[in-house]
Design a protein around this ligand. Structure first.
Ligand SMILES: Cc1cc2nc3c(=O)[nH]c(=O)nc-3n(C[C@H](O)[C@H](O)[C@H](O)COP(=O)(O)OP(=O)(O)OC[C@H]3O[C@@H](n4cnc5c(N)ncnc54)[C@H](O)[C@@H]3O)c2cc1C
Ligand code: SF4
Length: 328
């Protein structure tokens, strides 16, 4: 049985107290929400904070404010079950509800938070192993080692962005609020992620994610398709989030096509977006866009399934999402 290492647990009851505790404890501390990512990582010694700051008692992180016509503000510590159970989210942001309800199992969705999901550690078959396993291969660059076993001549880590909600938040243009003892900032969800398996978040460790701002719906429609081995359980090995604004005659006025699970960050398929801009979504245009969207998908041999098949599936999933939104 894998055991947690020793650590000190602090339990603030306000955002102010949480960021003060973080400032006092410095790089030895980490926040924890549901713990469904952090605690398994601590058991495997992938993440080794000496101090863990629990967010469960902070009511201000657990609220939903606003209405879809103006935008909704989700507290970062809402559980995934609370997100999927909220009728405003189900009706106005079905892609968000869908991504959240495709995550893992009901038990984990009752514990796991939407904020923790957006900040999920990147994943790799050579990294998501216990300490002894990783030690036996002399570790890897992401933790304790100096080589990448997936691409040994590579100077960087290619661990995979594996959050289901991240590509959706990027596609719909959500924003996130980050708060620390040095102030607060609001950034687009797209700017939260870096193309780097180690420094995958554009967020300082002392910054607390407090809110996720979903934009006013305003004629946009979005969907999310997830590829995984076991339909009831697994992480995505490909996630396609598409958001479209169609005119009355169904011409594409604007779009975002985002690929998750096939790189270290949610990848925008910009060429595909250009192909559909100003056009009606016919089978021919969809095929052309899907072909272009598959190009930036860069899966490597570090998660489930053959990487060439995962790349190929990006084409089918993009076509499927576009057909669904165009009601073809
Ligand atoms: C068996 C299993 C299957 C899973 N399947 C999936 C899946 O299919 N799809 C998927 O996307 N995920 C999956 N997960 C991962 C995880 O359960 C979810 O992503 C969950 O939403 C994480 O939320 P959490 O609150 O438990 O995060 P935590 O474990 O509490 O935190 C995750 C990270 O975010 C940081 N953090 C959390 N909240 C904040 C905050 N407010 N401010 C700053 N930092 C914060 C923590 O320090 C930590 O680094 C799975 C996990 C397991 C164990
Ligand atoms: S991609 Fe390479 S460096 Fe990154 S976790 Fe995997 S083996 Fe380690």
């Amino acid at each position: 049985m894998l055991r947690l290492p020793k650590f000190r647990y602090l339990q603030p009851d306000s955002i102010g107290a949480a960021i003060r505790m973080m400032a006092d404890n410095g790089p030895d501390a980490m926040f924890v929400a549901g713990g469904t990512d952090l605690y398994p990582n601590m058991k495997r010694r992938q993440q080794t904070p000496k101090v863990v700051i629990g967010l469960a008692q902070i009511n201000d992180l657990r609220t939903t404010k606003g209405q879809p016509k103006d935008g909704l503000v989700l507290g970062a510590n809402l559980t995934l079950s609370e997100v999927t159970g909220d009728s405003r989210i189900r009706h106005a942001y079905p892609a968000v509800a869908r991504a959240a309800e495709l995550i893992s199992t009901p038990l984990l969705r009752n514990m796991g938070s939407i904020g923790g999901n957006l900040l999920l550690d990147t994943r790799c078959n050579y990294y998501d192993q216990n300490y002894e396993w990783r030690k036996a291969i002399h570790f890897c660059m992401k933790k304790d080692g100096d080589i990448c076993w997936v691409a040994p001549s590579s100077p960087r880590c290619w661990a995979v962005q594996s959050s289901d909600c991240a590509p959706v938040m990027v596609a719909i243009g959500a924003k996130v609020k980050l708060v620390s003892s040095s102030g607060e900032r609001m950034i687009p969800a797209a700017e939260l992620y870096n193309d780097d398996g180690i420094r995958h978040l554009n967020k300082r460790p002392d910054e607390l994610l407090t809110e996720i701002h979903l934009p006013a719906v305003n004629g946009w429609r979005a969907t999310y398709w997830k590829l995984r081995r076991r339909g009831s359980f697994d992480f995505p090995v490909l996630g396609v989030a598409v958001s479209l604004k169609l005119s009355k005659d169904k011409t594409v006025e604007d779009s975002k096509i985002i690929l998750g699970g096939v790189g270290s960050y949610p990848i925008e398929a910009a060429t595909a977006e250009k192909i559909i801009a100003g056009k009606k979504l016919t089978e021919e245009i969809i095929r052309e866009a899907a072909q272009a969207a598959y190009q930036p998908a860069k899966p490597l041999d570090n998660t489930d399934f053959a990487m060439t098949w995962r790349k190929e599936m990006a084409r089918y999933y993009v076509a499927g999402t576009l057909r669904e939104l165009a009601k073809l």
